[in-house]
Write a protein that binds this ligand. Sequence first.
Ligand SMILES: Cc1cc2nc3c(=O)[nH]c(=O)nc-3n(C[C@H](O)[C@H](O)[C@H](O)COP(=O)(O)O)c2cc1C
Ligand SMILES: C=C(O[C@@H]1CC(C(=O)O)=C[C@@H](OP(=O)(O)O)[C@H]1O)C(=O)O
Length: 403
Amino acid sequence: MMVFLLHKESNDIMIRILTAGESHGPMLTAIIEGVPAGLHITTSDINYDLRRRQKGFGSGGRMRIEKDQIQITSGIVENKTTGGPISLLLENRDYKNWQDREIAPLTTPRPGHADLTGAVKYRYPDLRYSLERASARETAMRVAAGAICKKLLREFSISVGGYVVQLGGVKVKMPPFSLQQCLEVAEKNAVRCPNEEQVEEIEEHIKKAMKAQDTLGGVVEVFAINVPVGLGTYVQYDRRLDAQIAAALMSIPAIKGVEFGSAFDNAKKRGSEVHDEIVLHNDEERVVRKTNRAGGVEGGISNGEPIIVRIAMKPISTVVRGFQSVNLATGKSELTTYERSDFCALPRVVPIAEAMLSIVLANALQQKIGGDSIAEMKPRFENLLSANVKDLHLRNEKWKFNY
Ligand SMILES: Cc1cc2nc3c(=O)[nH]c(=O)nc-3n(C[C@H](O)[C@H](O)[C@H](O)COP(=O)(O)O)c2cc1C
Ligand SMILES: C=C(O[C@@H]1CC(C(=O)O)=C[C@@H](OP(=O)(O)O)[C@H]1O)C(=O)O
């Protein structure tokens, strides 16, 4: 029984996700490996977040075509995970509109897209191949996989959320709410703004850009609460929790900046104004922080404070007026052409960012405590939580650092 309760870091247990599919192909696929057995999952759990990913003011015509509904094809039997790989399918309803159509090749690369880089790298005969796979359509599968990871985290009372904190040049005046309350307010409006008083202003801002046939980006904040101390590690660069979170968030198409806590503001200040002082909690059994400017990670390890990360999205690259480019078939200078596009996808990035954060945290938790089933993980997690600074038994005598 003692062995059962011991938790050790295990690198071979891993939650891994692979997705496949083209934006206008018949369907998208995901395989999720490493989810422990016994986790309750229904299609509604996944569809809930898929619906959230489709909702957002500023979307283009495509979101009126797709009605994302997941199909579970393995790894979940009678609404419980088996521990085997989970496979998911999602139909692209737009496929039938492209099927059997004669499609002119795309030969003039659009700046801000993978058109040119992908075609040069893979030697494509048509730039469309790049956009088909680089498209953010694929993030639907990340959200589906993320919904499973979220459910796993929730078994351990860890919750993840997000909202918009800046849209284009409009900064949200953050209300004096908890992170969870901000999420709840934001979910009630189409721009995912945590301040009800600014919803109209933000919608107007998007409307103006749309009227000018232009596009917008902005900043999203994602958070995770009740994350235990000890996820991630500094022992190798790629195992640092902040590095893993940053990479996962940066992998979302059009995300070009990541900030932990108030990192960019901190950079302007003196150290004495920035670092989060350590104080005894009322019960004196554990230590907590007076502030959380670090955003919940120190030395690549979660420190028990909420993980708070902001991500910057560039304005959507496809603009109606077009950009100067070169037609690679004729060698002539040409304006890019416009087919269809989102004007602002920022509100829809919130569930995608939540999914990416959940995937990283679920994997880090699995690495920390291990376990093939929820039943096995639960006591290990309790053991992790009950550990506190008093258990450290730090020595209080002089010593020599000898090898
Ligand atoms: C939810 C979401 C929707 C997007 N919709 C569009 C779109 O309609 N038009 C567009 O040009 N880019 C859109 N993008 C961004 C492109 O996918 C992205 O800029 C492009 O693939 C190049 O990748 P990069 O910006 O990461 O370099 C969207 C991104 C996200 C996250
Ligand atoms: C399909 C989705 O997003 C798409 C992402 C995208 C891009 O270039 O990334 C371009 C648009 O697609 P289309 O070219 O078909 O209009 C978006 O609608 C989705 O989010 O499900």
